[in-house]
Design a protein around this ligand. Structure first.
Ligand code: CUA
Length: 348
């Protein structure tokens, strides 16, 4: 029994340590704001934190004094009488204290109400950047489709799970859901917004510092909800333009013998039924667009780093990694698997 308790305590400490580590690393942390909206939310949070902490300390202090006074008066011989029948003065004083505390509580709640209303308004007030960057996000079980809109149709492209944005520029996101309700949340940059099937929601955000910010689906959406993460990569306008320029291109041609064979494997196996690689006959949008897969740092909605080993494990049996996802098992011959991942890894 004791061993079990000890192992539970150790397990809880390890979990807490890893949670604190993620929080302190700052990549998914709402009180480490990197943009104007997150800044406002963070101010509201700190206001609530300080006021509620002060209230807690005051309540505890009064509780302590009350317990001490009561135990002191118990020691007196005629203790019950003054408690049951207190003098008028003490009664009045008590009334004033209770009235004062009630008024103060109402005032504090009113301040919170006004401030949260103002923060909520300011988050949506500037949603008028009609000429800025607009990205259409679609939530799927369990990954994120990102379509970069543009007035010039040839500049529109689709990617998945890694969203590049330029620093210091407001970006509008239109949010759609394909199956169930999801929620778009990048704690360092802004608050949550639900993606509801059949409705279009809009949110905007801006990153004031370059960096990689982790986002997470914030609405339970099925078995792999916890593995529905994404990255926002905020970079200089020059880097963003270069990235965008590359994304608008078709996939690069298979250059080596192995890559050519890999492409054939891709086009003849089940891959082609769900994925698109622009510039090839593969054009389905059931799963993530793979045209520039090798330019992404992660796969499987930010669950695995984009290495050859992980790609192979994912292709062969993604169900062992994310049970319940829509990708079937692929029993490819070792040579075919090798060629396929050679090809996928060439798609910069
Ligand atoms: Cu999508 Cu939770």
């Amino acid at each position: 029994m004791r061993n079990r308790q000890q192992s539970l305590i150790v397990h809880a400490s390890v979990t807490l340590a890893s949670v604190l580590q993620t929080a302190c690393s700052g990549i998914q942390n709402s009180i480490n704001p990197a943009g104007p909206q997150a800044e406002r939310i963070s101010h509201l949070w700190w206001l609530m934190f300080y006021v509620c902490s002060a209230v807690f300390v005051i309540v505890m202090a009064f509780t302590f004094v009350a317990i001490r006074n009561r135990s002191n008066s118990r020691k007196q011989t005629d203790l019950e009488q003054p408690l049951l029948n207190p003098p008028k003065e003490a009664e009045y004083r008590r009334h004033y204290v209770i009235l004062g505390a009630t008024a103060l509580t109402c005032l504090i709640l009113f301040v919170f109400l006004i401030d949260s209303f103002l923060v909520g308004r300011s988050l949506t007030a500037e949603l008028a950047h009609k000429n800025g960057l607009v990205i259409e996000i679609t939530g799927h079980q369990w990954w994120w489709e990102a379509r970069y809109l543009d007035s010039n149709v040839s500049n529109i492209f689709t990617t998945a799970n890694e969203i590049h944005i330029p620093v210091g520029v407001p970006v509008t996101f239109t949010l759609h859901a394909n199956d169930v309700i999801h929620s778009f949340w990048v704690p360092n940059l802004t608050g949550k917004k639900d993606l509801i099937p059949g409705k279009v929601a809009t949110i905007w955000l801006q990153a004031d510092r370059a960096g990689v910010y982790r986002g997470q689906c914030a609405e339970y959406c099925g078995l792999q909800h916890a593995h529905m993460a994404f990255w926002i990569i905020a970079e200089s306008q020059t880097d963003f333009n270069a990235w965008r320029q590359n994304q608008t291109q078709s996939s690069i041609l298979a250059a080596t013998e192995s890559q050519r064979r890999g492409q054939q494997v891709f086009l003849s196996a089940t891959c082609v039924m769900c994925h698109a690689i622009n510039g090839t006959p593969a054009g389905s949008n059931v799963g993530p667009n793979l045209t520039h897969l090798a330019s992404r740092a992660m796969i499987a909605a930010a669950s695995l780093t984009n290495t050859k080993e992980h790609l192979q494990q994912w292709v062969v049996n993604s169900q062992a990694i994310k049970p319940g996802n829509k990708m079937p098992q692929n029993n490819l011959a070792p040579d075919d698997l090798q060629a396929l991942t050679d090809y996928l890894q060439s798609l910069k």
